[in-house]
Design a protein around this ligand. Structure first.
Ligand SMILES: [Zn+2]
Length: 300
């Protein structure tokens, strides 16, 4: 059974399993200044399912075009599904989940859905090896004030590149209610299992018993551990996830320069080093866009 994985930027992947094409997130139509990923939603001509990790534009936007062009079924939170209804994706192509479901994708492939956590976008974050402390115990209202202040600083430059970012943000704004609830997915195939999370957060009690063969982990921002920002670095957060999951292989995502000049690429070398120290049984696959990587070969 052939299993191939393409990274398409941010946390978007295309997984091909025995002829079944599954998109993990749908964001690939980016600002002109972002490095091209080799595929756009307009050129996707085959998709059976689109799994959505959460409702932010850099994950969900594009799912409606893939669904319309290919007839694919979109699986996501009730909020992601609500936004797809607004985009006039037929109800028959939508499956709303909240965690706890096992969805059949084909005769041989199923996906289990788990509740997850979004990274702490409202808290201070730094480079992958920068230890960030504090920001604990804040109320939702205090977090929202912090988030607005941070957003104001990020988008205030008056340059042509920023004008493109603002136009892109307007075009991609489906008016989500926040992130709409973050989800993790465990895709189970006869060749092995793949856990995919599209943002740096988790519930410890959910992750620690899953034991996937492969983990696709987001590496960006300030990690969220059980609802509070990690007191440590992003590299330590990723290593913590690796220790709990004990996968044979890890692929990172969300570390690319996906919306310059607002984003900067994450230097993943501290993550590579931390994984060698704390999870040496795991192979870190450093993937470029659209590699068609045989992700499940020799994982067992
Ligand atoms: Zn997000």
């Amino acid at each position: 059974m052939a299993v191939a994985l393409d990274w398409l930027g941010v946390a978007t992947f295309r997984l091909t399993v025995d002829g079944l094409t599954i998109f993990l997130d749908a964001y690939m139509d980016r600002v002109p200044a972002a490095p091209p990923v080799g595929l756009s939603t307009a050129t996707v001509d085959r998709a059976d399912f689109v799994l959505i990790g959460h409702s932010h534009f850099d994950h969900l936007w594009g799912a409606e075009r893939i669904a319309r062009n290919t007839g694919a079924t979109v699986i996501g939170s009730h909020e992601s599904v609500r936004l797809m209804v607004n985009e006039e994706v037929p109800e028959a192509q939508l499956i709303a989940v909240a965690g706890g479901e096992r969805v059949r994708l084909s005769d041989s492939v199923t996906v289990r859905v788990f509740p997850s956590q979004h990274s702490c976008i409202w808290a201070r974050a730094g480079a992958a090896d920068e230890v960030c402390l504090g920001d604990r115990g804040l109320t939702l209202q205090e977090r929202q004030v912090n988030l607005q202040e941070r957003a104001g600083r990020r988008f205030n430059a008056d340059t042509p590149a920023m004008a493109e970012v603002k136009a892109h943000r307007q075009a991609s704004d489906q008016r989500p209610r926040g992130e709409g609830g973050a989800l993790a997915y465990l895709i189970e195939t006869p060749e092995g299992s793949i856990l995919w999370k599209d943002t740096s957060g988790h519930w410890t009690g959910v992750l620690r018993d899953l034991r996937p063969d492969v983990a696709l982990l987001a590496a960006a921002g300030r990690g969220n551990v059980d609802g509070e920002p990690i007191q440590g670095s992003l590299a330590q957060f990723v290593a913590r996830e690796a220790e709990m999951l004990r996968p044979r292989r890890i692929v990172l995502s969300h570390h690319d320069d996906w919306m310059p000049p607002v984003t900067r690429p994450v230097d993943i070398s501290p993550i590579r080093e931390e994984l060698v120290r704390q999870a040496s049984y795991t192979e870190l696959v450093e993937m470029d866009y659209r590699e068609g990587y045989p992700i499940l070969s020799n994982v067992r």
